[in-house]
Design a protein around this ligand. Structure first.
Ligand SMILES: *Cc1c(COP(=O)(O)O)cnc(C)c1O
Length: 370
C-alpha cells in the first residue's frame, strides 16, 4: 500500500537547482537582498502583475510586518475570519491588535461580506480577509466598505499564488496582499513569502521592518524583526517559478478528476467554480454532511487514514477556539465557520498526484456513503 500525503512539495531537478546556486559560490553573498533576491523580486512583480513587491523569510512575517508597517492605533480592532491557518489571527494578536471575527459564507468559505458592517465600531482600523483555498473574496464589496469607513485592507493571499480576478493579479486588491511560499504551497521557495502593495512610503517602512528597523549604518529608528529571504530560498523560487504554470495545469487535471468522481453525490459539497477567476487549484476541500452522506467527516478521515491516505481537516479547529486564547472569543458568533470546520476535509492535491490515486481516494470515500 502506497501512502499518499495531503501535499507534496514541487521541486526543480537537482541539476537545475545546482546551476542556479553556482554564482553564490563566486560572490559569497548568502543573504541580505543579494542578486537572487533581486531577480526573484523582479520576476514575481511581472508574474503576479502587481505594482510593488517585497520578499520575506516566510508568509507569516510578511503578514505580521505588513500589519506593523500600517501603524494602526494600539488595541484597535481588525475584522478577520476564524476559518484560516493560525498565522492570520496570530499576526493580528502579535501586533497588539484585537481580532474581531466575521463569519464566512457557506459557498466559497471566504468572509461573508453582508456581516462585516455590523462588526464595525469606532475602534475598527482594518479588515484582514483570507482568499481561503484559493477562492477569491468579494474584493469589490470589501473595498466599498473599507472606503466608506476609512479602513485598511490587508489580504492574506497565502493560498492564491497566480490567481487572477477580472484579469488582474489577485494581489492588486486591498492596501496589501501577502503570499506564502512555504514548501506546501502552489509555489514555494522552501520557506518564503511576499507582500504586494502600492504605496512607496509603506514599502520603505516595511523594508526596514524586515531588517531590524535599520534606516542607515548609524540609524535604527524602527523596532523591526529579521525577516529577510536568503539567497538559497530565492534560488529555489527562481527555479520553481519557471515551472509553476505547468504545475498549476497538472493540478487542474487532478481537480477535474476529483470533480468527475465526486460531483452529484448526495451529502457532498465541493469547492465552487468562481466567475471571472483564473484559479490555481491550491486545495481540494470537500464538505461531508453526515445527515445525507451517512458518514461523518471524521469517519471519512479515518477510512482514508486506514488506507494510508493523509487528508487534512483544514481548517479545524477555528482560530477563535485555539487554546492560546483561553475562551476569549465565542465561536457561536461565527456559526457558518463552525459548521463548515466540523465537516470539511481537504483531499490530497499536488501536481504529480496520479489520476489512479485520485480514483482510489474517491472509491474509499464513495464506500463511506450510506
Ligand atoms: C501558509 C499560510 C500562512 C503562513 O505562511 P508561512 O509561509 O507558512 O509563514 C498564512 N496564512 C495562510 C492562510 C496560510 O495557509
Amino acid at each position: 500500500m502506497k501512502n499518499i500525503l495531503v501535499t507534496r512539495s514541487s521541486m526543480p531537478t537537482l541539476d537545475e537547482y545546482i546551476d542556479e546556486i553556482k554564482d553564490i559560490w563566486d560572490t559569497h553573498w548568502l543573504t541580505n537582498m543579494g542578486a537572487k533576491h533581486k531577480e526573484l523580486q523582479k520576476k514575481l512583480l511581472e508574474y503576479l502583475g502587481v505594482e510593488q513587491i517585497d520578499l520575506f523569510t516566510n508568509g507569516h512575517m510578511a503578514l505580521e510586518l505588513s500589519l506593523q508597517a500600517m501603524n494602526l492605533p494600539k488595541n484597535s480592532e481588525v475584522i478577520t475570519t476564524p476559518f484560516t491557518f493560525a498565522s492570520t489571527t496570530h499576526a493580528i494578536v502579535r501586533n497588539g491588535l484585537e481580532p474581531v471575527f466575521c463569519d464566512i459564507n457557506p459557498i466559497d468559505f471566504t468572509m461573508d461580506v453582508t456581516k462585516i458592517e455590523e462588526l464595525i465600531t469606532d475602534k475598527t482600523s482594518a479588515i484582514m480577509p483570507v482568499h481561503v483555498y484559493g477562492n477569491v473574496c468579494n474584493v469589490e464589496e470589501i473595498q466599498r466598505i473599507a472606503d466608506k469607513y476609512g479602513l485598511k485592507v490587508i489580504y492574506d493571499a497565502a493560498h492564491t499564488f497566480g490567481v487572477r480576478y477580472k484579469d488582474k493579479g489577485i494581489a492588486s486588491f486591498g492596501d496589501v496582499s501577502c503570499f506564502s511560499f512555504h514548501a506546501t504551497k502552489v509555489f514555494n521557495s522552501v520557506e518564503g513569502g511576499a507582500a504586494c502593495f502600492k504605496s512607496d512610503d509603506f514599502g520603505l517602512d516595511l523594508y526596514r521592518l524586515k531588517n531590524f528597523g535599520i534606516r542607515g549604518p548609524e540609524i535604527v529608528d524602527g523596532v523591526g524583526a529579521n525577516a529577510k529571504m536568503n539567497e538559497f530560498c530565492a534560488a529555489m523560487g527562481l527555479c520553481n517559478l519557471r515551472h509553476v504554470d505547468e504545475e498549476i495545469a497538472k493540478r487542474k487535471k487532478v481537480v477535474e478528476r476529483y470533480n468527475e468522481r465526486l460531483f452529484g453525490i448526495d451529502g457532498i459539497q465541493l469547492n465552487p467554480v468562481q466567475e471571472n477567476v483564473k484559479p490555481n487549484y491550491a486545495y481540494y476541500p470537500v464538505i461531508f454532511e453526515e445527515k445525507t452522506f451517512g458518514s461523518s467527516r471524521n469517519e471519512v478521515f479515518e477510512a482514508l487514514a486506514e488506507e494510508g491516505i493523509g487528508a487534512r481537516k483544514y481548517f479545524y479547529p477555528l482560530t477563535n477556539t485555539f487554546d492560546c486564547f483561553h475562551g476569549k472569543y465565542d465561536p457561536s458568533l461565527t456559526p457558518v465557520a463552525l459548521h463548515i470546520s466540523k465537516r470539511v476535509l481537504t483531499l490530497p492535491l499536488y501536481a504529480d498526484l496520479a489520476l489512479e490515486d485520485v480514483d482510489r481516494i474517491c472509491e474509499i470515500i464513495i464506500k463511506c456513503k450510506r
